[in-house]
Write a protein that binds this ligand. Structure first.
Ligand code: MLT
Length: 288
């Protein structure tokens, strides 16, 4: 039996939700339920190397026309040390999934790493991008120090698993209020990190280190963009969101209070309201 690699809920204009690193599609539960009840078709995949897609894509195939997510077993454990999943690979995966589901275009919503994939998607498939939602992400590429830190983290994960990563990052991912008052969110985030496949996560780290400088794309993005950022996000702070807002010609900026990096999980009602307001305005402008 094939495992489900994505959620597909509701019917209506499509919205594709792209999770961050090192998470999986379960982070979007509140948005899937909310938008599908309001007349949208919501697609939330486990990106390549994550969640249930990890088990089926232990080695990445190169992206290109006719590209598909496939199960390719590892012959040799050493291969895991060289694998790279580029942001463009993931964008091609999304286009292939949309083909399979017969979705011509969609609003592409990505959080953090999902935002990098959204930047690639609109660059490669502009006609299939109705609008973008960029949450907790940034446009510039990594500097040398950041690239080195990613290479080190990839080695550490392959050698020792994900537990250290969960312990080291929770206080950056979540705002003090979330940590104090929302134990179920804390547990969910810790569990997503702990169950992530180190090989898939390491491959994505290498892909993020190799990503392009999306600042150069900003002025060419013509679709409407909603930018969302947590007021207390130390990973992708408000300044990163303001930089994108300045560079884009058609964007709105939503700053969410009492949230850090995981805005959609920490403040789901506020996040959903912003998302719905944006999507509703798109539908109204398309309708008349
Ligand atoms: C994420 O949440 O996806 C990561 O923080 C992205 C990154 O490491 O740049």
């Amino acid at each position: 039996m094939t495992q489900a690699l994505y959620d597909d809920a509701g019917s209506g204009p499509a919205v594709v939700l792209l999770h961050g690193y090192p998470f999986d599609r379960s982070m979007w539960r509140a948005q899937i339920d909310f938008l599908s009840a309001l007349g949208y078709r919501v697609i939330a995949p486990d990106l390549r190397g994550f969640g249930e897609t990890a088990a089926q894509t232990s080695v990445c195939e190169s992206a290109g026309p006719g590209h598909r997510l496939k199960s390719v077993p590892l012959n040799n454990e050493d291969e895991a040390d060289r694998t790279i999943t580029t942001m463009a690979d993931m964008a091609h995966d999304i286009a292939a999934l949309m083909d399979e589901l017969e979705i011509a275009d969609a609003t592409i919503c990505g959080l953090s790493m999902g935002g990098y994939v959204a930047f690639e998607f609109v660059h490669i498939f502009p006609a299939r991008t109705r609008a973008l939602v960029l949450a907790g992400t940034r446009a510039p590429a990594d500097d040398e120090q950041e690239k080195q830190a990613r290479a080190q983290q990839a080695e550490q994960m392959l050698a020792r698993g994900m537990a250290d990563i969960a312990a080291a990052t929770l206080t950056k991912l979540l705002a003090p209020r979330t940590l104090a008052e929302k134990p179920s969110v804390v547990t969910h985030v810790r569990e997503m990190i702990s169950r992530a496949d180190p090989k898939g996560a390491a491959a994505a780290q290498r892909g993020m280190a190799a990503r392009r400088n999306y600042s150069e794309d900003l002025s060419g993005i013509k679709v409407p963009v909603l930018i969302i950022v947590g007021r207390q996000d130390p990973i992708r702070p408000v300044a990163d969101a303001e930089f994108m807002h300045r560079g884009l010609s058609n964007s709105r900026l939503e700053i969410i209070e009492d949230a850090a990096h995981m805005t959609n999980m920490e403040q789901p009602e506020v996040f959903n309201r912003a998302l719905f307001g944006f999507m509703e305005a798109l539908d109204n402008s398309a309708g008349g």
